[in-house]
Ligand binder design. Sequence first.
Ligand code: TXA
Ligand code: MG
Length: 318
Amino acid sequence: MVGPDAIADAVAALRAGEVIGLPTETVYGLAGDAANPAAIARIFAIKGRPSTHPVIVHLGDAALVPRWAREVPHVAAALIERFWPGPLTLVLPRASSVLPAVTGGQDTVALRMPAHPVALAVLRGFGGGLAAPSANRYGRISPTTAAHVRADLGNDVEIVLDGGPSDVGLESTIVACLEGRVSLLRPGRITSEDIETVAGPLAQRLHDVPRVPGSVAAHYAPHTRVELVAHSVLGQTASAHVAAGRRVAVLAPSPLPDVPLAAAVVAASDAASYGQALYRHLRALDLAGADVILIARPGAALEWAAVNDRLARAATRP
Ligand code: TXA
Ligand code: MG
């Protein structure tokens, strides 16, 4: 899939200050040297992202954390021990050498060690930290395949490493370990309960700082309007739209509504499979030329928290 030559080319490009499409187990990242201001500027320019939004620094080895964080609380070390490499990002007090462009000018830095063989090979070859936001234009759906990255960013990136479809399919869980408190900033595959088994009870989510653009309500949105509805009223909602002359696309468990649909995807019944495929399905449904995408709201159990968070954002109009 991705051989040693491709890894070496990617590492050389990163050393030269270029940015690349990098597969991770969560979503694909747009990666550049986190210590090179020009590379960071390029990432923000390609994404069209406001420069005040911080990016995650990816590491190939947990031993590098003290170079980026001036303080690694015991609880952070325990979370790293338990969940790295994996879909967990930790927000810690930043080391003084970390570029303000990486942290959005904040006194904290977000760090993660991804569990993907290609990402790890690139990170280990590169040696340093790679800043990598999701490889989509600002506000759009995150990419979970190399083809998604190509479709979104086109000729703006020369190298996109194809590491296959992302296993998790949703962005990493973000946890802040600051001022003696542990709080959840973004839900992901690793649940709040998983975090609590290591860190004890989480503090109430902070609303002032730090900033998380994932917490801007309208994020991860398809172009087509998305409506979340209870499965029990899906059929009648779809019929009403069709009767009003609207073209309807549906993401729901079977049975699907018995009306003509512009597109339909049968949703998985377990949270992990649903989350893995969600962005791919949203992209496909967005291309169906429908007036509305109807999504049956999944259960409210904890394991669905990340899926429900992303669905709520997809259904929020900017
Ligand atoms: O799964 C992921 O985390 C993916 C892959 C590529 O690793 N990356 C990702 O990056 O989702 P991005 O930039 O799309 O989202 C990163 C999130 C943002 O919501 C950002 O605000 C937050 O991390 N973040 C970064 N640094 C932060 C900081 N110092 N304090 C609080 N939040 C921070
Ligand atoms: Mg993103």
